[in-house]
Write a protein that binds this ligand. Structure first.
Ligand SMILES: [Zn+2]
Length: 364
């Protein structure tokens, strides 16, 4: 049985009553638009994509949401950019940093749009949204209040689940400084139910402006730190199915912290998890924008969409994928394609040919 069909069986068992009631399941994935997106990030896209297409095959209602995370702070500068120029933006939300080409709406859009284009070319039916829009719309307001009122509980969860100790003055919300626009440098010092007091100071990797202020933390004025934000997303977006890189799903890892916060603070059931392994380039785990042939755009230029799907779907999520763009991976991939096509046209989609139906744009 194809690994994706095994996953679908488990998903159907988990959400049987929801499916029976005709309520759509929500699949979610995301990418922080902090630089050129590495091809490894496409693994999550196609794993969620095959789940979406397998659900569609069985007429199970669902939505596949994909977030371009543009509200995370810039915490590093891609090596291809002017380091001195961009240093001043460290700590600011990515959607407030200028685009490298001076044309895109902002830094996050410049990289996010390129990735969206690749996902579209792969043929998946995805609804894209931006993190900053969700904040500005007020959809996170309830979770921001809950986080502020349960700061001690969240600190206790961090320590219990991951062993990470936060000081008593640590708050699970950060304001976007009204004076300098940075979010990483602010610290909340009080919350009266409608407004927070804060200071903007220096941190290890960037400096704040020493401003102090009082402001509403709602409607895009403040941000949850990522593990708390992940839990908030489970609730606010109503997520049922969300995989993630297996590095997050280890014992005491960020997923477990987010799941505990979701259950204990936001009173919500975390989604069905599909932990997946890395995609290596020539045996190495690579981060964004290092080396030729490693960005999702470059890979999509090298391989037609169905071959890119095959590359990313040929092994189950728990197995590492290794790719050498200039080595023999491409001819081997085409051989694998021929075998699958043979199996499919000889014996149909019941056996080895099953995967073939998911690499050829099953639009039904
Ligand atoms: Zn400031």
């Amino acid at each position: 049985m194809l690994w994706a069909d095994e996953l679908i069986q488990k998903i159907k068992e988990t959400y049987a009553s929801k499916i029976d009631a005709g309520q759509p399941l929500v699949i979610r994935d995301e990418k922080t638009a902090s630089g050129r997106v590495h091809v490894g990030s496409l693994r999550g896209v196609v794993i969620h994509g095959i789940i979406s297409e397998a659900l569609r095959e069985q007429n199970i209602k669902h939505t596949y949401l994909f977030e371009i995370n543009d509200f995370d702070p810039m915490d590093g500068i891609p090596p291809s950019l002017d380091q001195e120029l961009y240093k001043t933006y460290l700590g600011k939300p990515l959607c407030t940093v200028p685009s490298p080409d001076g044309k895109a709406k902002n830094f996050a859009e410049y990289y996010g749009e390129e990735f969206i284009e690749v996902i579209r070319e792969l043929g998946y039916e995805v609804q894209f949204y931006r993190s900053s829009d969700v904040y500005k719309s007020g959809k996170y307001n309830e979770t921001i209040t809950l986080a502020l009122n349960n700061a001690a509980k969240i600190r206790e969860i961090y320590e219990r689940v991951s062993g990470s100790v936060r000081g008593e003055d640590w708050n699970p919300v950060q304001v976007v400084c009204e004076n300098c626009g940075k979010v990483s440098t602010t610290k909340i010092t009080g919350f009266d139910g409608t407004e927070v007091s804060y200071t903007c100071g220096n941190i290890e990797w960037t400096n704040g402006c020493a401003h102090t202020g009082k402001i509403s933390p709602f409607n895009g004025n403040a941000k949850l730190p990522w593990k708390v934000e992940w839990a908030a997303k489970f609730k606010v977006m109503g997520v049922d199915i969300e995989g993630g890189g297996k590095d997050h799903s280890t014992k005491g890892g960020s997923r477990q912290v987010a799941e505990a916060i979701a259950r204990e603070v936001f009173n919500t059931v975390p989604p069905f998890n599909v932990p997946y392994e890395f995609l290596h380039i020539k045996g190495k785990k690579m981060s964004s924008s290092k080396g030729a042939g490693s960005s999702s755009r470059e890979m999509a230029d090298l391989l037609p969409p169905h071959m890119l799907r095959l590359l990313l779907l040929q092994k189950p999520p728990q197995r590492v994928l290794d790719f050498a763009p200039d080595g023999d991976t491409v001819p081997i991939l085409y051989d694998a394609y021929d075998r699958l096509a043979d199996a499919f046209f000889t014996s149909g989609s019941d056996g080895d040919g099953r995967l073939f139906t998911f690499i050829h744009f099953p639009k039904t």
